[in-house]
Design a protein around this ligand. Structure first.
Ligand SMILES: C[S@@+](CC[C@H](N)C(=O)[O-])C[C@H]1O[C@@H](n2cnc3c(N)ncnc32)[C@H](O)[C@@H]1O
Length: 291
């Protein structure tokens, strides 16, 4: 696996590409110098078959139906917007908003011609202050976004406001408290995975908190779908994910450069022995806006 950049971390502090203000780059993607890489990683994740299955199961669980008007908050490059367009079809509408102008530029290019002819609108907006009238949408969704926002309840309340009475608000998030990973050095793996998640995210257990968040925002009939991302072959997206964890562990001073390298080498061994496993729990939660 490729090596964390020990030299720049030691000499220049945080690796170029990460804003000094907050350790989570998704908080302010436009402030990162590697936003193109971030866009590519969203698309790589979107293409990963096990990730596509997670999204499909969540959208079926919501459920998103033909003809609906659906909002996605934090749409990034539009991976979910494209799924939604296929589900709502020609009579439906998909609106994606994101705080990042740069990611939306990619989304505009990638969502230009939805096969079904669905109306798609993409605009810059903060999830905590949505530029839409109350009750405008049948369904409002946020997929792997709540983990990254400063005020999750404010965002979910906004999503509820723009949803019609009887409509649904749906959230899906990872939960970094439920990660399983094969590696020869269990203690080191635990130190890196837990240490990085605690430093990057306000709430690394975001997934399991989604039902409570929906109830706190006034939604009813809240349901939970527990799902799992499973990779047994070290998919390209998983590999990048682990490399980024190693870089951050080094930058945060959790490990030194030789240890970060040794950790990444451990995965090469595990893959060679055909025993690689990564699982991460994903939680999907849906609530109904009271009539
Ligand atoms: C991990 S990405 C998920 C993108 C997309 N939902 C997907 O699953 O491919 C998180 C996205 O949330 C956006 N984001 C973060 N904070 C936001 C906020 N306060 N309002 C709107 N979007 C936000 C980021 O710019 C980024 O595009």
């Amino acid at each position: 696996m490729s090596r964390p950049d020990s030299k720049s971390a030691a000499v220049a502090g945080p690796r170029a590409g990460v804003a000094a203000s907050h350790p989570d780059p998704w908080r302010h993607a436009d402030g990162q110098t590697n936003v193109d890489e971030m866009a590519k990683s969203l698309e790589a994740r979107g293409r990963t078959p096990a990730q596509a299955r997670l999204r499909r199961r969540f959208l079926k669980f919501v459920p998103v139906k033909p003809g609906e008007h659906v909002l996605e908050v934090g749409c990034g490059t539009g991976v979910v917007v494209r799924d939604l367009a296929a589900l709502v079809g020609r009579r439906g509408e998909v609106v994606g908003v994101d705080a990042s102008r740069r990611l939306l530029e990619r989304a505009r290019a990638l969502c230009r011609r939805p096969a079904e002819g669905t109306r798609i609108t993409l605009r810059v907006a903060d999830g905590a202050s949505l530029p839409f009238a109350a009750g405008r949408f049948d369904t409002a969704l946020a997929v792997t976004v709540i983990l990254h926002v400063a005020e999750p309840l404010r965002v979910v309340r906004e999503m509820a406001r723009v949803t019609r009475p009887g409509g649904r608000v749906g959230l899906q998030d990872q939960d970094f408290g439920v990660v399983a990973l094969t590696h020869p050095d269990r203690a080191l793996t635990e130190r890196i995975m837990r240490g990085v998640a605690e430093r990057v995210y306000e709430e690394p257990h975001s997934g399991r908190r989604l039902p409570g968040l929906l109830r706190a925002a006034g939604l009813e009939d809240v349901r939970l779908l527990t799902d799992v991302y499973q990779d047994t072959t070290l998919e390209p997206w998983t590999k990048t994910f682990l490399e980024r964890r190693a870089e951050r562990a080094l930058r945060f001073g959790i490990v030194d450069a030789p240890t970060a390298e040794r950790w990444l080498d451990g995965f090469t061994e595990v893959v060679a022995a055909d025993s690689f496993v990564l699982t991460v729990n994903y939680y999907g939660a849906v609530g109904v806006k009271p009539r």
